[in-house]
Design a protein around this ligand. Structure first.
Ligand code: NAG
Ligand code: NAG
Ligand code: NAG
Ligand code: NAG
Length: 509
């Protein structure tokens, strides 16, 4: 009896799916511009952590100054010189630099809250040759670990204890050794005392999960996923003139309940919820693979461990990434809310070379089409120096493909640092319009401004000036043939929060 009911239910569901499927098929996208245009908001900082969006997520981490990828510099108090990986790595560590820059910066790999490894500019790990400190090992496994010992509440003075039990000392400008035994009076003549400077931080998914560690991270992350974005947000989105969301996800979402450490399972459940809520409120979803294995741009938002970028270097890595796309499309292909799958976000040139990216895009496109003939496939243009139409030869052969462009009047102080309010607005009308026109062609891919924000370098702008800036962008990006997506829905930095903008009357859709 029960079994029969279930078979009937399944049949009904199956029929329903067929109907949805065929009615979707009859909507031909071809090379025609769809009538429907995406007016979306990104759900940034939800399933892929970005510390600047929600700094409090990091509050409970012990020793949170020292997370993976934090760049530290050490100046010997005895010699007044910085430690440096000679030649950037591959040989000895010296203590003879007056100024600190790349070679003098050591990136942390956090083992636990007190123990670290140091990675130098050329990516070697710091270790020992006898008692002499060197940077030659290409792998972290078996490399020396260090404890950074602080001088009580004084956060600037540290000593570095190697796992051989001895402290590092700058014996001479050319000789750094790990052979200083015992206590210190922290005097200015002590060769084992260093002034520490933090020269850069990453606050992404790797940092937050590894920072909390395997015991605490699962609880913290699940709490974040279930509270940062909730059903009421979809209701708000639908009620305020938006019709879609772009949801950044990380590759580990496809790894089930126990992804490789330090990642934590459970983001898939959150994404399942998003699909339920989206269906309830008639919202479309663009799944966006924001963090690909190995990191496609070295930024925290692609979950780089230490700023390095390795995505796409091997066929195995590309295959793994295609597997993530395959998994996600298979899971949601039957949902009426699945509108598009973005294969990778912001691959950065020149690290990601076009030929490797093209290889991946072809395979990723096939993976989507294996499960869905209707979902659009979004190809992100590369960041960095590239030709804006470089994906066209590929995209022209792929039905339902879209090129994603991100337009910020930020991140380039040479260009935007000194612009006035009016110059910013003119830049949208003139320069963005011509950039968008250049990539909007009758037989090419659709165009998508997948990230933009009503924020700029202008200081102390009035509400009315912000409003004009937003209106200009909405007008211009409204001409993108696929649509646009604001970055982002929620953010402690008000202007980056579309929710704040809407609630406070800065943006009206
Ligand atoms: C951190 O790791 C080191 C090296 O494995 C170990 O000796 C130490 O006990 C660990 N400390 C904590 C707090 O887990
Ligand atoms: C630092 O020491 C190394 C090793 O002796 C030497 O090759 C290099 O030129 C020195 N650099 C400076 C700035 O003194
Ligand atoms: C911006 O203005 C400042 C102050 O007038 C000036 O020093 C700087 O060179 C300008 N920068 C650019 C990129 O024009
Ligand atoms: C923006 O477009 C105008 C008009 O074509 C041009 O003169 C100007 O150089 C452009 N600005 C930038 C920063 O490219």
């Amino acid at each position: 009896m029960k079994a029969l009911t279930r078979i009937k239910m399944n049949l009904k569901l199956w029929l329903l799916c067929r109907v949805v499927f065929f009615s979707m098929l009859s909507v031909s996208y071809g090379r025609k511009t769809p009538n429907f245009r995406v007016k979306a908001v990104n759900l940034g900082g939800w399933l892929v952590t970005e510390g600047w969006i929600k700094p409090s997520l990091f509050d409970g981490i012990h020793n949170k100054d020292f997370l993976d990828g934090t760049g530290v510099q050490f100046k010997s108090v005895a010699t007044g010189k910085y430690l440096s990986a000679e030649n950037g790595g591959g040989t000895i560590i010296v203590a003879n630099r007056t100024d600190a820059s790349g070679w003098e910066t050591f990136k942390l790999w956090r083992i636990n809250e007190t123990t670290f490894q140091f990675r130098v500019f050329n990516k070697q790990f710091v270790g020992l040759d006898g008692i002499e400190v060197v940077a030659v090992s290409k792998t972290s496994i078996g490399s020396l670990t260090f404890e950074i010992v602080r001088k009580g509440d004084d956060l600037n003075h540290v000593r570095i204890k190697a796992s051989n039990g001895f402290f590092l000392q700058a014996k001479t400008k050319e000789l750094v050794t790990a052979d200083f035994a015992g206590e210190s009076n922290w005097g200015d003549d002590d060769p084992s005392v260093f002034l520490i400077t933090i020269a850069g931080r990453l606050e992404g998914e790797f940092q937050v999960t590894n920072g909390y560690g395997p015991d605490k991270a699962p609880q913290v992350m699940r709490e974040h996923w279930s509270t940062f974005i909730v059903e009421a947000d979809f209701k708000f989105i639908a009620a305020n003139g938006l019709n879609a969301v772009r949801i950044p996800v990380g590759w580990w979402i496809a790894s089930g309940p126990t992804p490789p450490l330090p990642y934590v399972g459970g983001s898939l459940k959150a994404l399942d919820n998003a699909f339920l809520w989206a269906q309830k409120y008639g919202i479309k979803i663009i799944i966006d693979l924001h963090a690909a294995p190995g990191s496609q741009n070295g930024f925290e938002h692609s979950s780089s461990r230490d700023g390095s970028q390795q995505w796409g270097e091997t066929d195995e890595n590309i295959k793994q990434t295609v597997g993530v796309i395959d998994f996600l499309t298979a899971r949601y292909a039957k949902s009426p809310s699945l509108y598009a799958v973005e294969l990778i976000n912001e691959p950065l040139a020149p690290g990601v070379i076009l030929e490797r990216l093209t290889k991946y895009y072809k395979a990723g496109y096939e993976a989507v089409r294996k499960h869905s003939s209707t979902a659009y496939v979004v190809l992100s243009n590369r960041l960095g120096k590239h030709e804006p139409r470089e994906l066209f030869p590929l995209a022209s052969g792929l039905m339902g493909s879209v090129v994603d462009l991100h337009y910020y009047n930020l991140f380039n102080s040479d260009l935007f640092g000194n612009l006035t309010v009016q110059q910013n607005i003119d830049f949208i009308h003139t320069n963005r319009t011509s950039e968008l026109n250049f990539v909007t062609t009758s037989n090419g891919p659709l165009t998508f401004v997948g990230e933009w924000v009503a924020e700029w370098e202008v200081k102390g702008a009035t509400k009315e000036q912000y409003q004009r800036f937003a209106v200009a962008q909405l007008e211009v990006y409204g001409r993108a043939t696929f649509g646009w997506a604001y970055w982002t829905l929620k953010n402690v930095n008000n202007h980056w929060s579309l929710e704040w903008n809407i609630k406070n009357g800065y943006i009206k859709l």
